[in-house]
Structure formats: structure tokens, C-alpha cells
Ligand binder design. Structure first.
Ligand code: URA
Length: 425
């Protein structure tokens, strides 16, 4: 077996054999296949695709590159959720404690933001004292005692994916559906969850800009999960405009706590409850009412215990950025579009995100929305507030917002896009 023949097979639109896939993933993880060879293969996969059998084998080989976790000692069924990433997507924060309050165990291995999409761990790290890095034993203990844990995946879980994802990120090969599907599902299957709900985002602020690509990604992932014995369901959800009224780390924690306190923006509450129902159903819990668990404070109780168990102070004051800049509506009328991607780029440029994996993020930076698509606005009223510790970044962030919205004549009819666009089971 050698790397060049594997690359040539895919370059010439051939099917990779199971032996070729097993060998190339293992040899790449061990450093025998060089980064430049793997990037050539990733580009050939991006251009020529893989069939379902190849994707399944690729995923299995990535799982086999590391350890598998085991939650069979827990008394509750496990349910996990994975979002393909968006702007203002803080759903994991209220969702994990909510589903735990309804009777499931929620092992939520999460990531950091890269580019314009935020990362759950960056958001939670704005809570003073909170720790993302737990040993496997600590993770199991938090999960067992509180019902939910949100933490970073350990180095032992699918190490082939860790290496390959970093390579794809710098070689323009992230957007290949077989590679995205196998990357996400290898980690989820290795994690050992019994059931999984995928939130596949569609729209300008998502990886998948159109619904057909999102459906193909969702079907591929649901197939991989199901074939591995993980009960898997996907919701396709709208990411044409930011979720909720905030994009940024501490800003999104604050909004998540509002949801857990029974308030918060309607779209965040609707999606949180829709995903909670799917997770509970997939975990076989039939008689729970997630809307009630938000109203009666039981989800908030789990949140407080979960944060404290990871060293965080749930009562601590969250960081606030040193400087603010208000963007006002230039005219009166109906806000018919507020673009998720543009707002995500602005939040990133203000310091909420990072350009390279090792960059620090600002806890208080981000964008606050004062209106959502469908709202009537008056010229001069605040539309957005930009937050940062580094005011020299305002001009750069404002550039990304130049074409971020449309305000049409007063009375223009507006049909809201549903949040949940489709369901794939
Ligand atoms: N998230 C992942 O974990 N992997 C991808 O390839 C894309 C998003």
C-alpha cells in the first residue's frame, strides 16, 4: 500500500477499497502519510466524492484510530445533540440541562469557534472559573451527578479526525460532504451516545448554503449513525439570520440563562424545545414536557449544578466589553433581512472569534440585535450594538455590515421563515 496509489484512485474517480481506506487513515495518524499527501487525497475526495460504503469505512477507520467511551454504567439513557454550526447558536447551553432535567443523560462533547461561527466552549469559558478540559473520569462523574456535561473532547477520541480537520481547515477542503459527515459522526459514535439529534444548519451563516446540500449531509450522517447502532435523527434548521438577539460569548451565555429562567427570544426557545423533544423521543423518554421544565426552574437547577461541577460560578457577573458602538436604522420600514453571515463576521472581527486555533477570544465581544426580520423599525432607532474591548476594531466590523440588512417600505408584507425546515429520520 502506498499513498500515491490511493491518491491516484480517487483522482481518477475510482472507488477506494476498504483496505486502502484503513491503511491511509492509520498511516496518516501515525505520520507515515505526509500532510501534503493527505491534503491531495482530501481535495480529490472534495472534487470526486465518496459512495456510502466508502464513507462508512472512512468513518469506522477514524473511530478505530482512538478510544471509544462507554456510558453503560449510567442509569439513564444517553442523548446527544450536534449542530453543524451557526451564528448566535447558543442552543446547547439551555438544551443540555433541559434534556437532563427531563430524565436523559446528556454527554455533550463540544468545540471551539473557528471563523464566523461561535463555539460552545468559548461561550462557557466566559463564566468565571468554568473548565472545558475534563478527564474521562471527571466527565463521567459530572454526567452521573448532574445529568449533563459540556466539555472538550479528549485527545484520545478519533485522533485521525483531529489531525485531518486541522489539515482541511488550511487546504480549502472543509466543505466536502463525505468529509464533514465522517468527521462529525466518527466523534459522536466514538463518544458512545445511545442517541443523537443533528441540527443541520441551512443558510448564509451555515456551512450548507442551500437545502439540497443540507439534506444530503443530513441523510449521510443519519445513515452512518443508524448503521452504527446510534438512534440518529436530523432537523434542518434556518441559519439565514442569527439565532436570538446575541452573537458573542458572554452575550450568548446571558441569553441562554434568560431561556433557562423561562424567558428569552422566541426563536431560541422554539428551537431548544424542538430539539429537546427529538432527543427525549430518541432516548425513549415519552412522558416528559420540556416546556414545563423551562417554566418550573428544573432545567435551571441542572444548569447551576452542571456549571458548578466544572468549577464555574453560576452567580458570577459575566464579563462586559469595555466599548460599545450603536448602529442605527438608516430608514423607516420593515426589516426584511438581517444576514447571519455578515453579523457572524462582525462578531468575529470584534474579537468574539479567532482566526487561528491558538488565538485568544474576548469574552465580552460580539453583536447584540435590537430588531429581527419582520420587525418594523424607525429611522434612527438602534438596530445593532457592537461590543469589543478593542475599539479600533469597530471600523473593520462595520465594513462587514455594509450590506447586512434590507429595510423595505412600511407595510411591506413579510413571511417569516420557519425555524425547522425539514426532519430526516
Ligand atoms: N464539524 C466537524 O466536527 N467536522 C467537520 O468537518 C465540520 C464541522
Amino acid at each position: 500500500m502506498d499513498a500515491i496509489s490511493v491518491i491516484r484512485t480517487k483522482r481518477d474517480k475510482g472507488e477506494l477499497s476498504p483496505e486502502q481506506i484503513d491503511w491511509v487513515i492509520d498511516a496518516y495518524t501515525r505520520g507515515e502519510v505526509a500532510d501534503e499527501q493527505m491534503s491531495a487525497l482530501a481535495m480529490a475526495i472534495l472534487l470526486n466524492g465518496m459512495n456510502r460504503g466508502e464513507i462508512a469505512r472512512w468513518t469506522a477507520a477514524m473511530i478505530a484510530s482512538g478510544e471509544r467511551m462507554d456510558f453503560s454504567s449510567l442509569s439513564r439513557p444517553t442523548a446527544d445533540k450536534h449542530s453543524t454550526g451557526g451564528v448566535g447558536d447558543k442552543i446547547t447551553l439551555p438544551l443540555a440541562p433541559l434534556v437532563a432535567a427531563c430524565g436523559a443523560a446528556v454527554p455533550q462533547l463540544s468545540g471551539r469557534g473557528l471563523g464566523h461561527t461561535g463555539g460552545t466552549l468559548d461561550k462557557l469559558e466566559s463564566i468565571p472559573g468554568w473548565r472545558a478540559l475534563l478527564s474521562n473520569e471527571e466527565m463521567l462523574s459530572v454526567l452521573d451527578t448532574t445529568g449533563a456535561v459540556i466539555c472538550a473532547a479528549g485527545d484520545g477520541l478519533a485522533p485521525a479526525d483531529k489531525k485531518l480537520y486541522a489539515l482541511r481547515d488550511v487546504t480549502g477542503t472543509v466543505e466536502a460532504i463525505p468529509l464533514i459527515a465522517s468527521s462529525i459522526m466518527s466523534k459522536k459514535i466514538a463518544e458512545g451516545t445511545g442517541s443523537l439529534v443533528l441540527d443541520v444548519k441551512v443558510g448564509t451563516g451555515a456551512f450548507m448554503k442551500n437545502i439540497d446540500d443540507a439534506r444530503e449531509l443530513a441523510r449521510t450522517m443519519v445513515g452512518l449513525g443508524t448503521d452504527s447502532g446510534v438512534k440518529t435523527v436530523a432537523l434542518l434548521t434556518d441559519m439565514s439570520t442569527p439565532l436570538g438577539l446575541t452573537a458573542g460569548n458572554a452575550l450568548e451565555v446571558r441569553e441562554s440563562v434568560e431561556v433557562l429562567a423561562g424567558g428569552g427570544p422566541a426563536d431560541v426557545v422554539e428551537l431548544t424545545i424542538a430539539l429537546a423533544r427529538e432527543m427525549l423521543d430518541a432516548a425513549g423518554i415519552k412522558d416528559a414536557d420540556p416546556a414545563k421544565a423551562l417554566r418550573d426552574g428544573s432545567a435551571m437547577d441542572v444548569w447551576r449544578r452542571m456549571i458548578a461541577a466544572q468549577g464555574g460560578d453560576p452567580d458570577a457577573t459575566l464579563p462586559v466589553a469595555r466599548e460599545q458602538h450603536v448602529v442605527t436604522a438608516p430608514s423607516s420600514g420593515v426589516l426584511t433581512r438581517l444576514d447571519a453571515y455578515d453579523v457572524g463576521i462582525a462578531a468575529w472581527r470584534l474579537g468574539a472569534g479567532r482566526a487561528r486555533k491558538e488565538d485568544p477570544v474576548q469574552a465580552g465581544a460580539g453583536v447584540e440585535l435590537h430588531a429581527k426580520p419582520g420587525d418594523t423599525v424607525t429611522a434612527g432607532q438602534p438596530l445593532l450594538t457592537l461590543h469589543t474591548d478593542t475599539p479600533e476594531k469597530f471600523a473593520y466590523a462595520l465594513e462587514s455590515l455594509e450590506h447586512a440588512w434590507d429595510i423595505e417600505a412600511p407595510g411591506t408584507p413579510f413571511t417569516p421563515r420557519p425555524i425547522v425546515l425539514d426532519r430526516i429520520a
